[in-house]
Design a protein around this ligand. Structure first.
Ligand code: FRU
Length: 481
């Protein structure tokens, strides 16, 4: 059966067959979450990009739909976004039907080969049947390349205060903002970031949106960078600041990461979800995305995550937690008695099911080390832990399963603890080939892939003096039939 082959995520979206990278065009409309994705439907490696399409009513169960956008004479269909143009500002609606408009990058491979710099341009496509079928706009491209080799990944939203569309575009080492009244004609407003944030690689896949903290509005700007992430290769940084309709101004110059792990890239948020801000990323890294040992398909998405702001240690950070809809697939909740945990230093539990979610709470100051070990009968083990001396969480996949497909895959990934508050807590979402660690209520996040011969069936806790207040194991039901 297609969704039950080796390494296949059971609680995460992956394409039935073939390759995927970035999530694209994420928009909520009439009760449906749309997820488009970079897709090459002829191989399990990157190639001429299409937009695949999947839909969900609950952010958990996904149904793959027919391919939405095919390459054409202007090039491959690179990353971008989609909006619901409910006032028909674009005039692309017809017969009273609201157009869904996709804004994406046309990447011309011939232009790239020829060595020029203008081969990436921004284009439109629209759908009058709620995303099922798409027509490319005749006036493409709508933003022509001014001579910047990396000029891509438009993310568009309706800016109500200024009654206009605003686009963030990745332009090499900075983000360029544009605005438009009709999605067709765009005016450059400002640039951000040339001298701020991480610059170990090219900037890609921006997203900007407002979030409230104690009644006050802030703007968050996500920027993916590759390479130059905190655990090598691809990762997504963010800035918190203000946006006045033209310019983004950060409130702090500290580099922040939405996820410190090696396997969360090019993530953006759904449009049209009201007060909720829901993020999802591509669960891989360009270091080895083309080499991981899956067969019929390659690469998956993260669990959708709810974003909020939190003030800690005098600065404002993003907090990510799995969307509450994930509870829908909780099979049962097993509470492990802390009294029994206290008696043992090494507690082993049998895990009957993958995927599973683990919730752990420690009620003392985080001044001791601890680790959670997932293992199988082949001696493969994944270790997740906290190192008190350096105040870092880590995921060690060096002995977790196959690693030889890439020389940098066998690694211990680290992530700093961002608060000094009492007690720590961990929420772990473990699937067939991935772990997502949400620490301190989602202030520190670390996502990592692994490829064991067989799923892990044992859970051990190595606890050096920390008092465990609460341990809960929640086997999850598969989202696939
Ligand atoms: C990010 C990215 C984007 C680009 C797409 C191409 O992973 O490089 O910048 O649009 O992938 O597939």
């Amino acid at each position: 059966t297609p969704y039950h082959d080796q390494y296949r995520p059971q609680a995460h979206f992956s394409p039935k067959k073939w390759w995927t990278n970035d999530p694209n065009g994420m928009v909520y409309y009439k009760g449906t979450y749309h997820l488009f994705f970079q897709h090459y439907p002829k191989a399990t490696v990157w190639g001429p990009m299409h937009w695949g399409h999947a839909t969900s009513k609950d952010l958990v169960h996904w149904k793959e739909q027919p391919i939405a956008l095919y390459p054409d004479k202007l090039g491959y269909i690179f990353s971008g976004s989609a909006v619901v143009d409910k006032d028909n500002t674009s005039g692309l609606g017809a017969n009273g039907k609201t157009p869904m408009v996709a804004i994406f990058t046309h990447h011309d491979p011939k232009g790239e080969k020829a060595g020029g710099s203008k081969f990436q341009n921004q284009s439109l496509a629209y759908s009058l049947d709620e995303g099922q079928t798409w027509v490319k706009y005749k006036g493409n491209p709508v933003i022509k390349n001014p001579g910047i080799r990396d000029f891509r990944d438009p993310k568009v939203f309706w800016y109500e205060d200024g009654k206009k569309w605003v686009m963030s575009l990745a332009t090499k080492d900075r983000i360029t903002f544009y605005s438009s009244a009709n999605l067709k004609e765009w005016k450059k407003e400002s640039e951000f970031g040339e001298k701020l944030g991480a610059h170990g690689g090219v900037w890609e896949c921006p997203d900007m949106f407002p979030l409230k903290l104690n009644g006050k509005e802030y703007w968050v700007l996500l920027v993916s960078i590759n390479p130059g992430g905190p655990n090598e290769g691809s990762a997504t940084q963010y800035f918190v600041g203000h946006f006045d309709g033209r310019t983004f101004t950060p409130i702090s110059t500290k580099t922040k990461w939405i996820d410190f792990g090696p396997d969360d890239y090019a993530g953006v948020t759904w449009g049209n979800t009201g007060k909720r801000k829901i993020f999802l990323g591509w669960m891989s890294n360009w270091r080895y995305a083309n080499q991981t040992p899956t067969k019929a398909w390659r690469n998956a998405m993260t669990i959708p995550r709810e974003l909020s702001l939190e003030l800690t240690e005098g600065d404002i950070f993003l907090r990510s937690t799995p969307v509450e809809e994930l509870d829908k697939i909780v099979n049962k909740t097993i509470k492990v008695d802390p009294a029994n945990l206290a008696k043992n230093n090494n507690i082993f539990a049998v895990i009957k099911q993958t995927p599973s979610q683990y919730v752990l709470k420690f009620n003392t100051q985080a001044s001791n080390n601890y680790s959670v070990v997932l293992s199988n009968a082949f001696g493969e083990q994944l270790t997740v832990g906290y190192d008190a001396k350096t105040m870092r969480y880590y995921v060690d996949r060096t002995r977790a399963g196959q690693t030889k497909f890439d020389k940098s895959f066998a690694q211990i990934a680290y992530a700093p603890r961002l608060t000094t508050s009492m007690g720590t807590n961990l929420q772990l979402v473990v699937d067939a080939s991935s772990i997502e660690l949400f620490a301190d209520g989602g202030l520190t996040v670390l996502t990592s892939q692994f490829f064991p011969k067989k799923p892990y069936t044992r859970l051990g806790i190595v606890n050096h003096g920390m008092e465990i207040e609460h341990l809960q194991i929640q086997p999850l039901k598969s989202i696939w039939q």
